[in-house]
Design a protein around this ligand. Structure first.
Ligand code: UDX
Length: 441
């Protein structure tokens, strides 16, 4: 994208965010020195094996082979780069706080330096940057700079999101490192910020940058829980949530995105970040009421499917229910906080047999869903089923011939957890159809 010599970067943690950051900056012309403590993962990456399913990532790694270096040794990254992007996991603990142990291991591993900076990509509670700067000072490493630069990529479109962000947020307290990070992103920024792209640039303090990330994810999750509740009321009152969302979304203040009702949000970010922000507020003495409701609505939404099945089948004991899709959303094999996990476990507890099919996620899902029998295609999974639940809206399910599906089943109930199918087409195929928030008139 640019012929100028681009600054090399270090990336610590080669999960979703780390790999996409390394590959994204490599696409822009930087060398990336990637470090992970998982020797097996690094060995795989050195052989060109990509540990996650993410469209376009394997090709981009191949394209940038020369610029990408993978190692378990931090020393190489320290030697070749000034900016060390931190992209290690911050999973939730039992208390709902973020587990920062991986972040703190990275901090502890840093040597004293006056020409290096940690650039935090991992989602961390507000105040983490300040705490890390305090630790650096205590350990005589106060020359080490710190920048907060949260990542907003979505799984399934991660690389494209990295290369075409709505905004780049950089939080720092002055000094060279924030400017250096802004320079790295320059090609993606709008002309106003000296770039050739579309992205806005938000330069701010560390705490505000940390809060942008948590607040953005909590707001999007709130939007989903809101439309899910509207959908539930639509079911009671005869309105159709698809029409309602269209009418609402045309108001520019609301916008049409994230207004799709379903059987709850999942994934590695929303559940964790909503709970981390709620907990963060609670720890500082503020009761964040709204987020409590967002989480509760999401849990209930996953379980509503059970009620719909009971309405049609009566007792679920001895029934056979097939799940179409198990990943938390299409185009990923990520099963973290997937609604299918709760659904399958509830169904089994109610005495049903559960079969499933997912185009990509079976390998990851199988061990998380004991007792669920996976088929190699959709018709195989629904064969002999009393009811089918569409859990993940993979494209290939939209193309299913519903008459064939109905023929393969023993029963005739289709619960469409993502409003993927046309209710009329389902009825024409002889199926008893229930979407989310679409009155069955
Ligand atoms: C999200 C954020 O979008 C991203 O900015 C952040 O960096 C990480 O978290 P991701 O988890 O990859 O990204 O998935 P996303 O596409 O946002 O979907 C999250 C969940 O919300 C999925 O379970 C999806 O099915 C659900 N969802 C999304 C809805 O139920 N309705 C919608 O309208 C949109």
């Amino acid at each position: 994208m640019s012929n100028d010599k681009r600054e090399a970067i270090g990336v610590i943690g080669t999960g979703y965010v780390g790999l996409c950051t390394a590959v994204g900056f490599a696409e822009l012309g930087s060398e990336a020195w990637c470090v992970d403590i998982d020797a097996e993962k690094i060995a795989g990456l050195q052989r060109g094996e990509v540990p996650i399913h993410e469209p376009g990532l394997a090709e981009a790694i191949e394209r940038n082979r020369e610029r990408l270096h993978f190692s378990t040794d931090l020393a190489e990254a320290l030697e070749h780069t000034r900016l060390l992007f931190v992209a290690v996991g911050t999973p939730p603990t039992y208390s709902g706080d973020a587990d920062l142990s991986a972040v703190h291991s990275v901090v502890a591993a840093m040597p004293p330096s006056d020409h290096h900076a940690l650039v935090m990509k991992s989602t961390v509670p507000v105040g983490t940057g300040e705490a890390i700067e305090r630790i650096f000072a205590e350990q005589g490493k106060d020359g080490f700079s710190y920048v907060s630069c949260p990542e907003f990529l979505k799984e399934g479109t991660a690389l494209a999101d990295f290369l075409d962000p709505d905004r780049v947020v950089i939080g720092d307290d002055g000094g060279w490192a924030g400017d250096a990070v802004a320079d790295l992103y320059r090609p993606l920024l709008s002309a106003e910020h000296g770039g050739k792209g579309r992205s806005e640039l938000v330069r701010t303090d560390v705490a505000s940058a940390e809060m942008v990330k948590l607040a953005a994810n909590a707001f999007l999750a709130t939007k989903i829980s809101f439309i899910n509740e509207i959908a539930n009321v639509c079911e009671e009152t005869g309105a159709d949530v698809i029409e309602v969302a269209r009418g609402m979304g045309l108001d520019q203040r609301i916008g049409p995105k994230f207004l799709q009702p379903g059987i709850g949000f999942g994934g590695s970010c929303f559940p964790k970040d909503v709970s981390a922000l709620k907990q963060l507020a609670g720890n500082s003495g503020y009761h964040f009421q709204l987020l409590g409701a967002v989480i509760e609505v999401n849990e209930l939404q996953k379980r509503r499917v059970i009620g719909k099945l009971e309405k049609h089948l009566g007792s679920l004991v001895g029934k056979h229910v097939a799940l179409l899709g198990v990943a938390f959303k299409p185009n990923t094999d990520d099963m973290r906080e997937a609604s299918s996990l709760v659904l399958a476990a509830r169904l089994q507890a109610a005495g049903s047999t559960v079969t499933a099919y997912d185009p990509i996620a079976e390998e990851v899902a199988a061990e998380m869903m004991p007792g669920v029998e996976f088929a190699s295609d959709a018709l195989g999974a629904v064969s002999g089923a009393d009811a089918v639940v569409l859990v993940t809206e993979w494209d290939e399910f939209a193309a299913l011939d519903l008459a064939e599906l109905a023929k393969a089943m023993t029963g005739d109930v289709l619960i469409d957890g993502r409003n993927l199918f046309d209710p009329k087409a389902a009825a024409a195929a002889g199926l008893r159809y229930e979407g989310v928030g679409r009155a069955s008139r």
